[in-house]
Design a protein around this ligand. Sequence first.
Ligand SMILES: C[S@@+](CC[C@H](N)C(=O)[O-])C[C@H]1O[C@@H](n2cnc3c(N)ncnc32)[C@H](O)[C@@H]1O
Length: 212
Amino acid sequence: MPLDLPEDLERYIEEHVGPVSPLLEELERWTKEETGRPGMLTGRVEGALLRMLVRITGARRVVEIGCFTGYSALMMAEGLPEDGELVTCEILEEYASIAQGYFDRSPHGKKIRLVLAPALETLRGIAGESVDFVFIDADKELYPLYYEESVRILRSGGLIAADNVLWYGRVLSPQDEDSRAIVSFNRIVRQDGRVEKVMLPVRDGVYLIRKR
Ligand SMILES: C[S@@+](CC[C@H](N)C(=O)[O-])C[C@H]1O[C@@H](n2cnc3c(N)ncnc32)[C@H](O)[C@@H]1O
């Protein structure tokens, strides 16, 4: 769910990221119409930002926490070289099988390995300092734990992008568990001397965090 920008300005921004592939167009449309959870999808602007970050950092190994129907995974896979790998974590079979169906139809799908398991388990099985880029986009109350694991598996100079860090603006006055978890995560990152960071007001807020 994006922060509120006037609709025509939203559309203007979307038009200026350039076209996305017909398969991604289809996946976006299908997800919006069929899942009843359109707000979970990163969409074309944030997706294009992630693809750009993967490309300009020269990432070869990417981990995504929260696959859903596979939109952001496919976007990031487009930014990977042919021998790159993206591990995407999903806990629900229903979403995993939809995502896998789209990965199988994409020329970039062979770079993606979908792991159907709690993300924390998957992260704990990944060797330290072996990953170039992590995208955090799953259950908000676990963000602090995902963050610790992400810093552990990242190489020095590697990048984390954490989604929804403005949480519809609720970070200013947190009233529920998820809002408090995001506030606590943001504070941990802000105080962490192991990383440099910048918070971007893209969609629902993206925290970019570089391991020193
Ligand atoms: C916000 S959606 C991800 C959206 C996706 N990145 C995209 O752009 O389309 C979060 C996803 O994380 C999954 N999820 C929630 N808890 C999880 C967990 N503990 N381990 C793995 N996946 C989880 C949810 O089922 C959901 O599909």
